[in-house]
Write a protein that binds this ligand. Structure first.
Ligand SMILES: *[C@@H]1O[C@H](CO)[C@@H](O)[C@H](O)[C@H]1NC(C)=O
Ligand SMILES: *[C@@H]1O[C@H](CO)[C@@H](O)[C@H](O)[C@H]1NC(C)=O
Ligand SMILES: *[C@@H]1O[C@H](CO)[C@@H](O)[C@H](O)[C@H]1NC(C)=O
Ligand SMILES: *[C@@H]1O[C@H](CO)[C@@H](O)[C@H](O)[C@H]1NC(C)=O
Ligand SMILES: *[C@@H]1O[C@H](CO)[C@@H](O)[C@H](O)[C@H]1NC(C)=O
Ligand SMILES: *[C@@H]1O[C@H](CO)[C@@H](O)[C@H](O)[C@H]1NC(C)=O
Ligand SMILES: *[C@@H]1O[C@H](CO)[C@@H](O)[C@H](O)[C@H]1NC(C)=O
Length: 473
């Protein structure tokens, strides 16, 4: 029923003028999926995918979280919703953000033409560069760049929708066509040549992990390769953390000595164990230093050539509690008076880390840094833990222009403004791809729980990489 309803919304648009402009109101940061032990399943030792799946899949994640919010969480839920409203510039124009958060499909896409203002403004200094966020999805028989049946070396089973009971794969056959410029078709060999001797690093949460796996599959076209070295040890990725997996994965293509890595840093901030003498305390708490970059960046920035950062869905009270994260600023534990909402804390952290990277650019002339804007979720009729779904499997906005004046991710946009860090703006173009999520086919969730946050691979994150590669100098 839900799917039919959503489709109805789509054909209504179709009936109108083809040049109709979709203004995408993205309402993403409301309540986040509880996804701490995120399914980033790459194995250092390249175990057969099945074993990987068994050993790394966070099968308990959903089960651990009570479906009933405690009073405290309820309170935070409200606070956070308000915070998200403040953050989201679009919210100012949309009286019904709250409803959008509830997943009404009509609300998440407001179709007007108000985006015309400022439409040519670019985020990168004063230079007129292509705004890759503007454009449309078009059908293309030449995509995807790899098969979801293949790429077993790099692609987590939990994201390989081809191996799931899903039957509609039309989402794989779309290419992003920017409005005012061409997006080169990705070629793995050319990319490696361009990245000769260089290192590209994705630092962030599980969606950064998806982008990393996507790039590995794109480079290899999903084909098995035995000339790729596991160089995780060079980055300290060998020791499993307390969640039983390492904090990252790093691989080197020996032909060109190109390194591609992902470092898991869900908050994009520095986490430091708080050591206590208390013998009854079985687990460490962590000081979550909102104003300090992850230690990994401090230690490795000098040998990174392309950096892609993100953080988004771990800024909930629930997650802070479960991760035993305690917010600190200036080395001092923060009370709720100074960082009233987690939305503000996240905003503060993104500004801090982007500011810090910017301050390091001069010393690291090799570095090109990007902050990736938020990846939209598409829970409809509820949230991830209250029956929210994304049942539509068919692309609905093919050929419709997505015109974003400026990025709809206000926080990311403001964080990079005036810095040498570029915005990798994927929010709006991903917003019109609700069919591209893992949806009901998720391997990890309890019955009835859908994953409308992570994306099928091959899929939308491949396009993020194409846009990234287009902007690498
Ligand atoms: C959740 O709340 C409902 C209604 O308040 C109650 O019937 C149900 O037993 C609760 N479930 C859990 C797991 O506490
Ligand atoms: C985000 O943080 C920046 C820098 O700390 C601040 O200037 C801005 O007002 C904040 N925005 C929100 C919505 O909190
Ligand atoms: C969406 O809008 C259409 C037309 O305005 C309406 O018929 C439909 O019921 C709406 N759907 C929802 C979920 O409100
Ligand atoms: C879309 O935006 C316009 C202009 O801001 C507003 O009047 C209209 O109610 C909005 N429609 C929906 C469905 O939110
Ligand atoms: C944006 O650029 C196009 C072509 O370059 C131009 O026709 C259009 O008027 C510009 N729009 C604005 C709002 O400046
Ligand atoms: C290959 O790259 C790594 C790290 O980027 C570097 O340490 C090493 O010296 C390079 N090896 C060669 C043969 O260039
Ligand atoms: C948090 O804020 C509330 C209301 O503003 C206040 O009553 C409470 O004491 C604060 N807690 C801390 C730890 O500062």
């Amino acid at each position: 029923m839900q799917a039919a309803k959503m489709k109805g919304g789509g054909s209504k648009v179709k009936g109108r003028d083809l040049t109709f402009i979709l203004i995408v109101l993205v309402c993403t940061t409301i309540i986040m999926l509880s996804w701490d032990r995120t399914p980033l399943l790459l194995s250092a030792s390249l175990l057969p995918a099945k074993d990987l799946f068994l050993s790394f899949l966070p099968s308990i994640q959903f089960a651990e979280v009570s479906p009933n919010l405690t009073d405290m969480e309820k309170k935070d839920k409200v606070v956070f919703t308000e915070a998200a409203g403040q953050e989201d510039q679009a919210a100012e124009k949309a009286p019904s953000l709250r409803e959008a958060a509830e997943g009404d499909p009509n609300q998440s896409l407001n179709m007007t033409s108000q985006g015309a203002v400022d439409e040519n403004t670019s985020e990168v200094g004063d230079k007129r560069v292509c705004n890759y966020g503007k454009g449309k999805w078009v059908r293309d028989d030449n995509v995807p760049l790899y098969s979801g049946f293949d790429c077993k070396q790099w692609l987590a089973p939990g994201w390989a929708c081809r191996t799931m009971p899903r039957t509609d794969f039309s989402y794989e056959m779309l290419r992003w066509q920017p409005k005012d410029c061409q997006l080169q078709r990705f070629n793995g060999d050319e990319f490696l040549k361009r990245m000769q001797g260089k290192t590209i690093a994705f630092v962030g949460d599980s969606l950064g992990g998806e982008q990393f796996q996507s790039l590995m599959c794109m480079i290899t076209r999903g084909l098995e390769r035995n000339d790729v070295l596991d160089v995780g040890s060079e980055y300290g990725f060998t020791i499993p953390n307390e969640n039983g997996r390492p904090d990252g994965w790093a691989y080197r293509f020996t032909t060109t000595n190109t390194t591609v890595l992902h470092h898991w840093s869900a908050c994009l901030c520095d986490l430091e164990p708080i050591v206590t003498e208390d013998p009854n305390q079985r687990h460490h708490y962590y000081a979550m230093h909102l104003d300090r970059p992850p230690a990994f960046l401090r230690e490795n920035l000098h040998r990174i050539h392309v950096l892609v950062m993100n953080t988004a869905y771990h800024w909930t009270r629930q997650k802070l509690i479960r991760n035993r994260w305690v917010m600190h600023v200036g080395g001092v534990r923060k009370t709720n008076e100074t960082l009233r909402t987690l939305g503000e804390a996240k905003n503060f952290t993104i500004h801090s880390v982007v500011g810090w990277v910017n301050s390091q650019l001069q010393e690291n002339p090799q570095l090109q840094a990007f902050y990736r804007s938020i990846s939209p979720r598409h829970f409809s009729g509820g949230d991830w833990n209250t029956g929210g779904s994304c049942d539509n499997t068919t692309p609905r906005y093919v050929g419709k222009e997505v015109v974003e004046a400026v990025s709809s991710d206000h926080v990311s946009r403001s964080a990079v403004r005036g810095t040498g860090v570029k915005l990798l703006d994927i929010t709006s173009l991903s917003s019109v791809r609700d069919e591209g999520h893992i949806s009901r086919y998720t391997l990890t969730a309890k019955p009835g729980v859908q994953d409308c946050l992570h994306w099928c691979l091959p899929g939308v994150p491949d396009t993020w990489n194409e846009i990234l590669v287009a902007q690498i100098k």
